[in-house]
Design a protein around this ligand. Sequence first.
Ligand code: HEC
Ligand code: HEC
Length: 231
Amino acid sequence: MKLLAGRAERRYRISNDSNPKSTAEDDMIRSVLWQLLVLGISGVLASAAQAAGDPAAGKSKFATCAGCHAIPGYTNAYPTYHVPRLGGQHADYIIVALKAYQAGERKHPTMHANAFSLNEQDMQDIAAYLSSFPAAAAPYPVRGDTAAGKTKSAACAACHGTDGNGIIPIYPRLAGQQEDYLRKALGDYQSGARTNPIMGGMAKPLSPQDITDLASYFASQPKGLVTVQQE
Ligand code: HEC
Ligand code: HEC
C-alpha cells in the first residue's frame, strides 16, 4: 500500500511538471481518480487478508487497550485531545494504523509501545473485533459550524463518503469521530508530523478555519463510530 501510494504521488508530480497549463483542480481530480484506482486493487487484497481475524480473540487482546479506548471522554495528556473512537472503524484501516505506529512511521510514543508487541494475528483479531461494533444510535453534539464544513467536505467525499462513512476498507471512517481528534489529525498531516502522501496533499491547502469546520462536519454525522464498550 505504501509503495502504491508512493507511486501515485510520483505520478501526480510528473503530471504536474509535464502539463504546466492544467489547473490545480484538474490535477486534484486526476490525482484522486488515480488513487481510487490504486486503492481499488489494494482494497481487494486487504479484504482477503481481513477474513483471518477472530473477533472473540480480539476482544480479549483488546483488554490492554481498554484503559484508554473503552472509556468515554478519555483524553491524551499532552497535547490534550480525545483518544479516537475505534468501534465500527474499518478493519483494514485499523491494521494499517497499528503497523504505522509499530514501525514508528506514525509517531506517538504510547501507541508505539502498545502496538510494538502485536503480531499479525493479534492485529487481525483486534481489527475484526473493533470493526464488529454497530454504528452510533444518534449523532454526537459538536461545537463548530457543520454547514460550512459540509460545503468544504466535497473534496473529501470520493474517499471518505459524503457523510464520513466511506466504504473503501483502507480509508478511515470519519463519521462520529472525536471532533478534536479530527482537528489534531488534519493539523498533523499539514505540519508533516503525520506523514501520508494522500492526506498530506489534501491537508496542505486547508486554513485553520477549514480544519475546524471539516472536523465539526464529520464528527457530527449520523451512524458514526462508537467508543468501545467492554462489559
Ligand atoms: C495510554 C492510552 C492508550 C492505550 C493504552 C492505547 N491507545 Fe490507541 N491511541 C491512543 C491515542 C492518544 C491515540 C491517538 C494518537 C495519535 O494522535 O496518533 C491512539 C490511536 C489509536 C489508533 C488509531 C486510530 C485512528 O483513527 O487512526 C488505533 C487503531 C489504536 N489506537 C488502537 C489501540 C490498540 C489496539 C491498543 C491496545 C493494543 C491501544 N490503542 C492502546 C491512546 C492509547
Ligand atoms: C484520495 C483519497 C482521500 C481523500 C480525497 C481524502 N482523504 Fe482523508 N484519508 C485518506 C487516507 C488513505 C487516510 C489514512 C492515512 C493514514 O494512514 O494516515 C486518510 C485519513 C484521514 C484522517 C485521519 C483519520 C483518523 O482516524 O486518524 C482525516 C481526519 C481525514 N483523512 C480527513 C480528510 C478530509 C477532511 C478530506 C477532505 C479535505 C480528506 N480526508 C480527503 C484518503 C483520503
